[in-house]
Design a protein. Structure first.
Lengths: 270, 171, 770
């Protein structure tokens, strides 16, 4: 219920945050909205010795347009993302996904950078980013790099971020008017997805069908070859490795992935 | 220890706190504002909901140090001059509370909801309160209370898109 | 115009809405200054021998004052099982486990610190060595691994005698259907977890603040556990954040906290985390039912058998006794010529079972209503029609059932028809038929459940159920009521004030209710089993009436008139000589020279039996199995309603919890006895998005057992809604060949049932069965 003790430092700038990360390495964790990290710390599943607070760094928040992309600052709160006129117009799937995270109070605090770094395969934003074909901008002592979403999520709660790196922004292709679908199957409204599907323009991303958000590549290939939504969706679970828990066994998850993929391909939200 | 300065219910505060002190415990144990309650361990129940810079947040998942430089409003800070805030008055009018444990958090969440969506439908109220758990009321009267508060703030009368929560049926 | 029967707003609310309730953790009292904090070390393993407990590292941790283990408490007696004569007496519980742990959450040690945060740090440093044993789980636990070696078995006892079941019970029945169903384990999960604050005075007296459902019962149990005279204990009941049956008496933790305070000579406080609450507060239900129902093909139910297995959890507590109530209500509101019921109680390596809203009676109704539906499906008759055909005819003279229950008043068919009319049942069936014909993905299900339940049953020791009340009128125009009930959300402060106000002519706002302080109110039955209004409320009314009689004598002296010539004018709260309003004296003035106070005991002939019918409408997505609860329409007849606002609130809350059990909530253990639903993220306590607004129809058949005409309403909602919702989901997919789905009827279970039915019957489209 209470985190173990830790030292707290408020970063003065993104560069300062990187300095602190370099200094403390694995002993430190970044704190933005804290709604992925603090729940883990309260259960003592995470016990960092140092928390580096980047939540007050305004330069890391906000949404702008940059050529063909939207650039979303890492500490942009889910609520702000969901309400952003720019995002709703240009990448509505992202705004919709942000509006599905948790509940209103969580959305007032949680950030896109935090959610992506946390890399819960059942979460909304990692799946959404993969469906959108977005990328993450990472800064560190070795400079800056941009990683496609497909390459960013490496394993169960693991990303390509090094301990001394800071995710500063998310880039999302601007696709105004392109139809999309989003399906999040839950038991209760603010649960994580038992299975989730996001589909846009031939890309299909799955949540909670493996250790990371997955592309339903067999289904995508079928679509590209001219299959109908229903035909393509029949392949949605191919190549996935869903887990088993109190909500669902593997077979049920595979079945849901197929049904929800068909609905997402039919541009339904639910 | 870290020194924090913030405003709580309109009053400036300055205190030394452990970094791991949760905002809810700061409010309750340091400031004596005990309306916000701790009801769970997993950021699920919302009994600790307060407003942080006008936005509803779960104060069990905010560190006191994160609130430094910001404004917090708790249930105690809602009413003024002995008059209930319209949302509080609506909760009373509609019997939207029984044991009262979830109530301060529920009221703050409702205040936050109505500040962002002044005329919600019943469905929007239910979804808007998905972060607040109540075991006593079955939610029926809570929903009525929030809809009534929304109506009251606009001067009464039916609002477009609002589905009245049904009450009694005589058969 | 009487205030009774009107929607009086709660006087409690301004406080709750502004500064908030003062729950045990909120209590600020100079007697608790400098209190230590207690944090429990709990077993992470379901079944094991404790080979060693090493507290040395914990003792070194910052702020740790002491670490208490079971060995320190050796002087205190073990807690015997409930119903120790019937339940194997070897199945006892130590306050802190000593030689064995028997469930994940079993408390092994208590760390005492200066600040609560330090306690969480220090518990991790207590080293307990466990020698694991096989976990015993399920409704047919093997005896190869015994929880209590001295008992020689994992069967705790029986209610009824299995050898007395009649092999020929169903002879002559054209149709016999049998099924084994589960009434699953759920967590009461009140929003306020358990807590305690305790301090001993120099004179050896304990004062303890404990959230409870009856301070007098808590005091008695604390005295027994601590080995002190009851007179040495004062229990104070702060505001209680919900209880639902799980805060009766005293739990081991309460006793340990009090013991620590005495041992260390300092006040001690404890508040459990939600994790602890979900694994160490008693759970509810956990009965398996084998139902067998038989009757004629045209719908007469002729025989019914209910075989219960109660999983009592690791230590038999109230849960081990509840099957007795289940058996009592076996036949419910139906006229079933032949019926029998028995129960076996088993112990398993899981959290002990206690009372949970309805406590034994929802189980009876759930089993019976599933059986009725199974029978209806078998004979192809509409389930509402089968019910109507078999419900008892209306009665105003008490009706005794074969199981010994004496129903006071009942009009069950009217309740059924009222609910069906309110739901527009024919329209629902029509829409269902249309969706079936069109093969719609989203199918509609309609579930009906009729019930009768027992409320205000007393302690079963042969004494009639009763409650006391004291009413006092003060010279300043206010009044105080002392009640033996123990509200925790029900609104007694307002309701009892209404009753007193109606007699005394003093406004509700000027009447204060006190409860839950055993120094102030030494006797009382608390609040549970839906007893409070019919007994506690009636006592308040009676006390106020008696007070008026006493006051009348004083008024007669004051007015130098004969008491027989005086009338009491409630509108002025004054006595006057009949026909001469000027010759009057206010009631409050009669309290000036001598206290005007009356204590009375109201005694009721027996328990009362509210009844009703619930209709639930659900939509099932047949592709995913997803269940959406669309409507719940209820008739809950609990006699005359004192305050419709409060009565509706009780019905709503019961419906929410009852529906939640049907399709959402379940405590889950893995094969090793590890709890998998030990947080609100995993235990799906229902939220506002899963339930609709409810539709309540009114019906009030008075009881003659108390002057209020009132029965108990608090649990009725959770009794009717559970089977109504379960039946509706099964009904939604019945045309696909599904006959039964166990609760919770989750999307996964629905999908699996559809798949199994399709495999058995082949894919079906359109309507076939009813």
């Amino acid at each position: 219920m209470i985190p173990a003790q830790f030292e707290y430092v408020a970063a003065q700038s993104p560069a300062h945050a990187i300095e602190l990360l370099t200094e403390h390495g694995d002993d430190a964790k970044l704190l933005a909205g804290g709604h992925s990290l603090l729940p883990m710390m309260k259960l003592r599943l995470a016990q960092p010795e140092v928390l580096i607070d980047i939540g007050e760094l305004d330069e890391l928040a906000g949404v702008t347009a940059d050529g063909d992309d939207l650039v979303v600052g890492a500490t942009t709160r889910h609520a702000a993302l969901a309400a952003s006129e720019l995002v709703r117009a240009e990448a509505p799937l992202l705004a919709y996904a942000a509006a599905q995270v948790g509940d209103p109070q969580i959305r007032h605090r949680g950030t896109i950078g935090g959610s992506l770094s946390h890399a819960d395969p059942a979460a909304d934003l990692p799946m959404a980013l993969v469906a959108l074909g977005g990328s993450v901008v990472i800064e560190g002592p070795r400079g800056s790099r941009t990683l496609a979403a497909d390459d960013f999520f490496e394993g169960y709660f693991e990303t390509a971020l090094q301990p001394d790196e800071l995710l500063t922004a998310v880039r999302v292709p601007r696709r105004p008017g392109v139809p999309w679908g989003y399906q999040k199957f839950v038991r209760r409204a603010n649960d994580w997805a038992i299975v989730g599907v996001a589909a846009l323009d031939g890309r299909i991303a799955l949540a909670n069908m493996g250790p990371t958000p997955l592309r339903a590549t067999a289904a995508e290939e079928a679509l590209a070859a001219g299959a109908s939504a229903a035909e393509a969706a029949a392949r949605a679970a191919d190549g996935t490795s869903p887990g088993e828990d109190i909500h669902a066994d593997r077979e049920y998850r595979r079945h849901l992935a197929r049904v929800l993929t068909r609905r997402a391909l039919q541009h339904e939200t639910g | 220890m870290t020194r924090i300065e913030l405003t709580v219910n309109g009053e400036k505060r300055s205190d030394d706190v452990e970094p791991r002190l949760l905002l809810v415990h700061y409010l309750r144990d340091v400031l004596g504002l005990r309306a916000a309650n701790v009801g769970c361990d997993t950021t699920s129940c919302g009994a600790c909901t307060v407003l942080l810079d006008g936005k509803s947040v779960k104060s069990c998942t905010v560190l006191a140090v994160q609130a430094a430089g910001h404004e917090v409003v708790t249930a105690e800070g809602l009413s003024s001059g002995g008059q209930l805030h319209p949302v509080q008055a609506a909760f009373r009018q509609e019997h939207g509370l029984q044991c009262g444990f979830c109530t301060p958090g529920m009221v703050m969440a409702a205040v936050g909801l109505l500040s962002e969506n002044p005329h919600p439908t019943e469905e929007q109220v239910r979804t808007g309160l998905e972060g607040n758990l109540c075991r006593c009321t079955g939610y029926h009267n809570i929903v009525r209370a929030v809809l009534a508060a929304a109506d009251a703030s606009s001067g009464g009368g039916d609002q477009p898109g609002r589905n009245p929560a049904s009450a009694e049926v005589t058969a | 115009m009487s205030i009774l029967g009107t929607r009086v707003l709660r006087t409690e609310d301004p406080k709750f809405l502004t500064t908030g309730g003062v729950y045990t953790e909120d209590v600020v009292d100079e007697r608790l200054g400098g209190a230590y904090h207690v944090t429990f070390v709990r077993s992470p393993i379901a079944h094991a021998r404790i080979t060693s407990v090493d507290v040395s590292a914990a003792l070194e941790a910052p702020g740790v004052v002491a670490v208490i283990t079971g060995a320190d408490l050796a002087e205190l007696p073990a807690i015997p099982p409930a119903a120790a004569g019937l339940i194997n007496p070897a199945m006892e519980q130590r306050l802190l486990a000593t030689d064995k742990v028997r469930y994940v959450g079993d408390a092994v040690a208590a760390v005492v610190t200066e600040h609560p945060y330090q306690g969480e740090d220090a518990v991790e440093l207590v080293q307990v060595d466990y020698d694991p044993l096989p976990a015993v789980l399920g409704y047919d636990p093997e005896d190869s691994s015994l929880l209590f070696e001295a008992a020689g078995t994992n069967v705790g006892g029986y209610w009824g005698d299995p050898s007395q079941l009649k092999a020929d019970l169903f002879d002559g029945c054209e149709v016999v259907v049998s099924h084994t169903i589960v009434n699953q384990r759920v967590a009461p999960a009140p929003m306020e977890t358990r807590a305690a604050a305790a301090v001993w005075a120099d004179n050896g007296r304990l004062t303890a603040w404990i959230p409870n459902q009856g301070a007098q019962g808590t005091k008695a149990e604390m005295a027994t556990r601590l080995g002190v005279e009851a007179s040495q204990i004062r229990i104070i009941t702060p505001d209680v954040g919900g209880a639902f049956g799980a805060k009766f008496g005293a739990d081991p933790e309460h006793v340990v906290v009090a013991w620590i305070a005495r041992h260390l000579g300092r006040p001690a406080r404890w508040t459990e985390t939600r994790y602890e609450n979900l694994i160490a507060m008693t759970h509810g239900r956990a009965q398996q039912h084998t139902v067998t129902i038989g009757g004629s093909r045209d719908g007469n139910v002729q025989a019914y058998r209910l075989e219960i297995v109660q999983d009592a959890g690791a230590y038999p507590r109230i849960g081990a006794v509840l099957p007795m109530l289940t058996i009592l209500m076996t036949t419910g509101p139906y006229d079933i010529p032949k019926a029998e019921a028995i129960a076996k109680v088993v112990v398993t390596n899981t959290t002990p079972i206690g009372a949970y809203r309805g406590a034994g009676r929802p189980e009876a109704t759930a089993a019976l209503e599933r059986a009725i539906d199974l029978f209806a499906t078998e004979i192809g008759v509409d389930p509402a029609d089968v019910r109507r055909k078999n419900l008892l005819a209306p009665f105003t003279e008490p009706h005794r059932t074969a199981f010994g229950a004496l129903y006071d008043t009942g009009d069950y068919v009217v309740a059924l028809d009222k609910a069906l009319a309110a739901a527009d049942y024919p329209a629902l069936r029509k829409e269902q038929a249309e969706r079936r014909a069109s093969g719609s993905v989203r199918q509609l299900g309609i579930g009906v459940a009729s019930y009768v339940e027992i409320t205000g049953m007393g302690d079963g020791e042969g004494t009639p159920p009763e409650e006391n009340a004291t009413v006092e009128v003060h010279p300043d125009g206010t009044a105080t009521i002392l009640t033996g009930t123990s509200p925790h959300g029900q609104g007694h402060a307002t309701a009892w004030a209404m009753l007193a106000s109606d007699e005394l002519g003093i406004p509700v706002e000027k009447i204060t209710l006190k409860w839950g302080d055993t120094d102030l109110i030494p006797e009382g039955g608390g609040t549970g089993g839906s007893r409070s209004l019919q007994q506690g409320g009636a006592a308040v009314q009676q006390a106020a009436q008696e007070l008026i009689e006493v006051a009348k004598q004083r008024a007669a002296a004051e007015l130098e008139a004969s008491a027989a010539d005086l009338v009491f004018d409630k509108t002025r709260s004054a006595f006057n000589v009949a026909g001469d309003p000027e010759a009057s004296v206010p009631l409050t003035q009669l309290a000036e020279n001598e206290r005007l106070v009356i204590r009375t005991v109201f005694s009721q002939p027996g328990a009362t039996f509210p009844f009703g019918t619930h209709v639930a409408v659900t939509e099932v997505d047949t592709e995913t199995g997803k269940v959406t609860l669309q409507r719940v329409i209820t008739v809950d007849d609990a006699g005359v309603v004192l305050n419709p606002l409060l009565a509706e609130g009780q019905r709503h809350g019961g419906i929410g919890q009852g529906a939640a059990q049907a399709f959402l909530e379940e405590v889950v253990y893995d094969a090793d006895g590890n709890p998998l639903t030990a947080s609100f993220a995993d235990y799906p306590i229902v939220s506002a998005t899963e339930v609709p607004s409810y539709e309540l129809a009114d019906m009030a058949t008075p009881t003659s057992y108390n002057p209020l005409g009132a029965k108990g309403i608090g649990e009725a909602g959770s009794i009717g809604s559970t089977p109504a919702v379960q039946n509706s989901v099964i009904d939604a997919v019945a045309h696909l060949g599904v006959r039964h789905i166990d609760m919770p009827v989750s999307s996964r279970r629905v999908w699996e049932a559809i798949r199994a039915a399709q495999q058995e019957h082949g894919p079906r489209a359109g309507s076939e069965h009813s």
